[in-house]
Ligand binder design. Structure first.
Ligand code: SF4
Length: 650
């Protein structure tokens, strides 16, 4: 039987044959099941044909409802079969991964209507899995949830408890299997960056490592988050040196869904977190063998230096209100100590070159420690050109962690991603600035790319209404709550409430809990359970209201469950070190950094409301900044043409 959903002629160019079949799908096959033929889809298919044929990068800007996902899936899957390497579909975050594979999602549609079996597997980030070591600690702790963690442990597969049992291992411990755990409960048992899986004695029966074996074997597509894909890129060489498999297998093409968010994910993945206790536990592994005295002394000195450095960071950092971060006041003394620490690590690395020739250290352990030291050196090396990094400290369980993030990632992306000869698709409704893609190309380091834009086919003028009220949370909290309640009464719930920050969401929750009428509706708050389970509940339970900070993008809920979107304030960036650094570099920080970010996010937020031809609804925006004529004008410019915009009478 043919590997392809069409009869393949080896004498003809493959991508051309895919395109012919894709045309059949959109002109003939899907209309049989009630799908409309859309010119936008056919146009998109021709554009993607060029990218796949010439193995190029393409910016595919397509408005809501253009069916862009179906188009890129058809190319990605066929190309994967042709090259015998899966395609990677990278979504903006973990919650959006699940949306692609939900029963009414685009993959299921293709499989049903085209009688097409698709091998789609999820490559979730490690933090979506239980860490057995942390679970052990949580069970043994005096934590109020220790009993709950103990029950979770007992429900794990048999092979976790009795490793000698001869049975097939399989992945388990996915956060999705524990929908009721809130974020704080999950943080106590989920993987985090300080877990050293490479030397962990439980790794062979850990659900997190076992999940990799499953998704690696996909023949069609692997769906992961942008963060995970970037993690794959940055760790690719190091993992190979350590004798590990890269996080993702060799692949034939990549699609970045909501591709406008890739730069942030790249920065996040390149972030390094240094913590004294973790450093000490890594470096003292070198003392487990019979090492020369000079190395032992160097190790001891580096531990003392690390301790000094963190004590100084404690003195020279101050809390940032409304966050768990502390801002560092960099001065000559601090920079001198960072450089001293860096030099000490360099001398340990030199010592290790000698030591490895003596074979007194376990070779595997040595490799792992060397990799850690190299990562620390790379991160601390950024301090030599301090205008190229963003840094802060966080405090957790009385210990400080130094967080180091590069300011620009484009050079690395050009070298490690865009230089590969493979089709790379950026898909989003917001990639260009009025049809110009230079900003995206420039910030990501894309030297050459194809591009196109297609508008949404929806009749926004008749499907959507926008209203706004220039109210602030500080002075007009009660008015905002009353207006929200009235709006919820109109649609009997069925609302998505979007917040700028976790703090804003918490304030709303407190306010809503004070007013008895809010109890008439079921509120689902982000952070109180696993996010894709909350989304599924919102979709199924029509009269519920979903309150979220991270769902301005990507959420796809067609139908009456989402009949209105209430934006608790304009989505200006919060008080975040990344934006603080960008503002410092900008000539006009507000116009160049805050405003474009807010407008892009707002446009995405507006896009959550109308998800199909017969959807109708209202968007409400609260923010006193709408009294500013410049801001108001910019906001009005991104409203879809013809939509009525009214000021609420408050
Ligand atoms: S392999 Fe990693 S995630 Fe699994 S138990 Fe060990 S440290 Fe935790």
């Amino acid at each position: 039987m043919s590997n392809y959903p069409f009869s393949f002629d080896p004498k003809e160019p493959f991508v051309q044959q895919v395109s012919d079949w894709v045309s059949d799908v959109f002109y003939d096959k899907l209309p049989e099941f009630g799908f409309e033929v859309r010119d936008e889809q056919i146009y998109m298919a021709y554009q993607l044909e060029r990218a796949y044929r010439d193995k190029q990068t393409i910016f595919a800007e397509a408005g809501v409802g253009t069916g862009k996902t179906l188009v890129y899936l058809l190319y990605a899957i066929n190309y994967a079969r042709y090259t015998r390497k899966p395609a990677i579909i990278a979504c903006a975050d973990e919650s959006l991964i699940e949306q692609l594979v939900k029963p009414e999602g685009d993959i299921a549609k293709l499989a049903n209507y085209l009688d097409f079996t698709i091998d789609a597997r999820l490559g979730k980030s490690p933090d979506q899995y239980i860490c057995l070591n942390k679970l052990d600690d949580a069970r043994a702790s005096m934590d109020e949830d220790a009993m709950l963690y103990d029950e979770m442990y007992r429900s794990l597969p048999k092979f976790v408890h009795s490793p000698e049992t001869m049975q097939a291992f399989h992945s388990y411990g996915d956060r999705k299997d524990y929908p009721d755990l809130h974020d704080e409960q999950w943080e106590k048992i989920g993987w985090d960056v300080f877990q050293d899986c490479l030397v962990c004695s439980q790794r062979h029966r850990c659900g997190q490592t076992l999940s990799r074996e499953h998704y690696r074997k996909s023949t069609d597509i692997i769906i992961c988050s942008h963060d995970f894909y970037m993690e794959h890129i940055w760790t690719y060489e190091a993992r190979k040196r350590e004798g590990q498999l890269p996080l993702l297998p060799e692949h034939s093409s990549v699609v970045f869904d909501e591709g406008h968010l890739l730069e942030t994910a790249a920065q996040k993945a390149l972030t390094y977190k240094l913590n004294h206790a973790v450093f000490e536990s890594i470096i003292t592994r070198l003392l487990e063998g019979e090492v020369r005295e000079s190395l032992a002394v160097a190790v001891e000195e580096s531990i003392v230096q690390s301790e000094n450095l963190f004590a100084l960071l404690d003195v020279h950092s101050s809390p940032v209100p409304g966050s768990d971060r502390r801002e560092i006041a960099w001065n000559d003394e601090l920079l001198r100590e960072v450089n001293r620490f860096c030099d000490m690590i360099a001398s340990i690395e030199e010592e290790l070159v000698f030591e490895s020739g003596l074979y007194t250290l376990d070779e595997y352990q040595l490799k792992i420690v060397e990799e850690h030291l190299e990562m620390i050196q790379l991160a601390l090396g950024l301090f030599k050109k301090s205008n190229q990094l963003i840094s802060w400290v966080t405090e957790d369980k009385d210990a400080l962690t130094l967080v180091i993030m590069p300011k620009w990632v484009k050079e690395i992306l050009t070298k490690q991603l865009f230089s590969s000869k493979m089709p790379i698709v950026f898909s989003s409704a917001t990639l260009s600035v009025q049809g110009n893609f230079d900003y995206m190309s420039e910030s990501l380091g894309v030297e050459q790319a194809l591009s196109f834009s297609v508008e949404s086919p929806y009749d926004y003028e008749n499907q959507m209404k926008i209203q706004y009220a220039p109210l602030s949370s500080e002075q007009h909290m009660e008015k905002k709550l009353t207006a929200t309640l009235e709006m919820l009464q109109q649609t009997e719930g069925r609302a998505l409430l979007l917040f700028r920050s976790k703090e804003e969401l918490a304030e709303f929750k407190q306010g809503a809990n004070r007013i008895p009428q809010f109890a008439n509706y079921q509120f689902l708050y982000e952070g109180t359970g696993e996010i894709s389970s909350l989304i599924a509940e919102f979709q199924q339970n029509e009269i519920s209201c979903l309150c979220a900070v991270t769902l301005w993008e990507g959420l796809d809920i067609p139908g009456p469950s989402l009949s209105q979107v209430i934006m608790w304030s304009l989505p200006f960036p919060s008080n975040d070190p990344v934006f603080a650094a960008r503002r410092k570099d900008a000539v006009n920080p507000f116009e160049d950094v805050d405003m474009p970010y807010m407008l892009l996010r707002l446009k995405q937020g507006i896009g959550r409301l109308i998800r199909k031809q017969d959807d109708k609804g209202t968007i409400t925006i609260f923010d006193e900044k709408l009294q500013d004529p410049t801001i108001k004008e910019k906001v009005l410019q991104i409203v879809p043409a013809g939509v009525t915009v009214e000021q609420l009478d408050r």
